[in-house]
Design a protein around this ligand. Structure first.
Ligand SMILES: CCCCCCCCCCCCCCCC(=O)SCCNC(=O)CCNC(=O)[C@H](O)C(C)(C)COP(=O)(O)OP(=O)(O)OC[C@H]1O[C@@H](n2cnc3c(N)ncnc32)[C@H](O)[C@@H]1OP(=O)(O)O
Length: 214
């Protein structure tokens, strides 16, 4: 695919993702009549049939992605093509990574607050980016999440992740979730342990990743 075609496709994937997220939020909030819901289910099913062409296999890397060090368009945390992702917008800083997002009612656990799994998901992802920035694309082996205060939905959030230790292929990372307006008022604090798989293990886990060098 030419670079212009790739850019166009990424824009199309992101555009569809944006509309799907808006739809998920509407669905999670609606009290529309039952018969309308029944009709809409049929319409959505018909829409699904319009996704023709190649359907990627389990381990296949999407044509719009850069794996393992880059863009993941369908990541449930950062993917602009994902209906489920907030999506988390991430930015590299000198001391690690920060992420920004606003969660919706579709991400609710307790009414008005985010599901605890969402905080864990977003922190896990951001911590993974912090590992990759050290040249160690890694997988989580442990995640200790402390929920200090509930995370309101519809509130701009600031997430931080910082590598605190590297021992061979093992990495420890600290992460937090806070309101963007008050970054010191930590709502969730986490510590993650990651392992960068060795080359042989990485090749067998991710057969779709071409030309990967450790
Ligand atoms: C081709 C491209 C490649 C790219 C590379 C990956 C990129 C990836 C991108 C993911 C994008 C981010 C997304 C968010 C992060 C997820 O969500 S990751 C998904 C959740 N995590 C998992 O599924 C991981 C499951 N665990 C595993 O598959 C294996 O443990 C791993 C992580 C592949 C490591 O396997 P390995 O390379 O064979 O490591 P191994 O030699 O057994 O162990 C190395 C050291 O780590 C320790 N260790 C390993 N596993 C564990 C464990 N589970 N518990 C405790 N200690 C452990 C060992 O004891 C050993 O310690 P030492 O003896 O050296 O002191």
């Amino acid at each position: 695919m030419s670079s212009e075609d790739l850019e166009l496709r990424r824009e199309a994937v992101a555009g569809l993702g944006r509309e799907l997220r808006a739809l998920m939020e509407t669905v999670a909030r609606t009290e529309t009549p039952t018969e309308v819901l029944q009709e809409l289910a049929g319409e959505v099913k018909r829409l699904e049939a319009r996704f023709t062409g190649h359907r990627r296999e389990r381990s296949e890397i999407p044509s719009v992605d850069v794996f393992p060090f880059g863009l993941r368009m369908y990541s449930p945390a950062t993917g602009h093509g994902s209906a489920f992702a907030p999506p988390l917008e991430i930015e590299e800083r000198e001391d690690g990574y920060i992420g920004r997002c606003v969660l919706g009612v579709a991400h609710e656990g307790p009414p008005g607050y985010a599901h605890g799994g969402m905080s864990a998901l977003l922190l896990d992802e951001l911590m993974g980016w912090a590992c990759a920035a050290k040249g160690l694309p890694a997988m989580t082996i442990a995640l200790d999440v402390r929920y200090q205060r509930p995370v309101p939905v519809e509130l701009p959030l600031l997430l931080r992740a910082e590598v605190t230790g590297i021992e061979g292929r093992k990495i420890t990372v600290d992460g937090t979730v806070a309101p963007e307006s008050d970054p010191d008022a930590v709502l969730v604090a986490a510590q993650g342990r990651f392992v960068a798989p060795d080359l042989e293990r990485a090749r067998s886990l991710f057969p779709g990743a071409k030309n990967y060098q450790a």
